[in-house]
Design a protein. Structure first.
Length: 117
């Protein structure tokens, strides 16, 4: 499994960004793709996830109503559309894959999102 994020950058508060995460490696019968973020000096936190087969999504309370996670089966890619961005959304964003176990076992290298006030 190789996960590669793209789409980070600098945006003003209230703006939008879209992140992508392409899986160029193997796939699994049933798995979940997740987005996490880590701000400087803080622990990594869950942002959103999507079950590949059913499309069932889950969000952290802090991003509900502002972020949308989706996937493209044909491209083996998961997306994170981020709207109404706030300075507190500034972090390195990582995508990860849970192959059906209890944890996310595969991680991308991360992409930086910076929201200016």
């Amino acid at each position: 499994v190789q996960l590669a994020e793209s789409g980070g950058g600098l945006v003003q508060a209230g703006g939008s960004l879209s992140l992508s995460c392409a899986n160029s490696g193997r796939t699994f019968g049933s798995y979940t793709m997740g987005w996490f973020r880590q701000a400087p000096g803080k622990e990594r936190e869950f942002v959103a996830s999507i079950r590949w087969g059913t499309g069932t999504t889950s969000y952290a309370d802090s991003v509900k109503g502002r972020f949308t996670v989706s996937r493209d089966n044909a491209k083996n890619t998961v997306y994170l559309q981020m709207n109404s961005l706030k300075p507190e959304d500034t972090a390195a964003y990582f995508c990860a894959l849970n192959a059906g176990g209890i944890s996310f076992d595969y991680w991308g290298q991360g992409t930086q999102v910076t929201v200016s006030s």
